[in-house]
Design a protein around this ligand. Structure first.
Ligand code: FE
Ligand code: ZN
Ligand code: FE
Length: 168
């Protein structure tokens, strides 16, 4: 019979795979971003993501379990749609709005995943793991909010205005 502890490790492996995939996808998004603010935010989150993988490594080490062995198909799908978005929009405010839309789907997926494992770690009385997962959860939430503020800070309006201008 599988235990809650097994299920916890399975979830963590899925997240590990997701984060690893994200470190490969973010540089492409950084390159495709048109606005400096968006590019810098994505670059910053790439560095944060590397730190999140380090935290997961520490948790796996403590659990005495390898981090690998599972591929997150959910993240694979989200990132593949993200690449599609980059390919089908030229660099500019609209392209940036699409990058943000897809990046926020990734952040929400991560927030859901970390919220669960943080709660499970508490329940399993894995206090160090719970604390590390909480730190990452906070970073994911901040990354999501930053993306919202970039979108609301004029980028959306610029994209819409540009379109209106182009139709004249
Ligand atoms: Fe992450
Ligand atoms: Zn997954
Ligand atoms: Fe993230």
């Amino acid at each position: 019979m599988s235990t809650m502890h097994d299920a916890f490790i399975e979830q963590l492996k899925d997240i590990y795979s997701a984060e690893t995939q994200i470190t490969k996808a973010l540089p492409k998004m950084v390159e495709a971003a048109h606005s400096d603010e968006l590019r810098e935010a994505l670059q910053h989150h790439l560095e944060e993501t590397r730190g999140q993988i380090d935290r997961l490594d520490r948790i796996f080490e403590e659990l005495g379990t390898p981090a690998t062995g599972k591929k997150c198909k959910g993240m694979e799908g989200l990132l593949s749609e993200g690449e599609e978005g980059i390919r089908s929009h030229e660099s500019g405010p609209v392209g940036d709005a699409v990058i943000i839309a897809n990046a926020q789907r990734v952040e929400h997926y991560e927030i859901a995943a970390y919220g669960t494992v943080r709660a499970w770690a508490d329940e399993l009385e894995l206090d160090d793991a719970a604390e590390l997962l909480e730190e990452t959860l906070d970073e994911e939430a901040a990354a999501d909010e930053k993306l919202t503020s970039i979108a609301e800070g004029g980028l959306l309006a610029t994209g819409v205005n540009q379109e209106a201008g182009g139709k004249k």
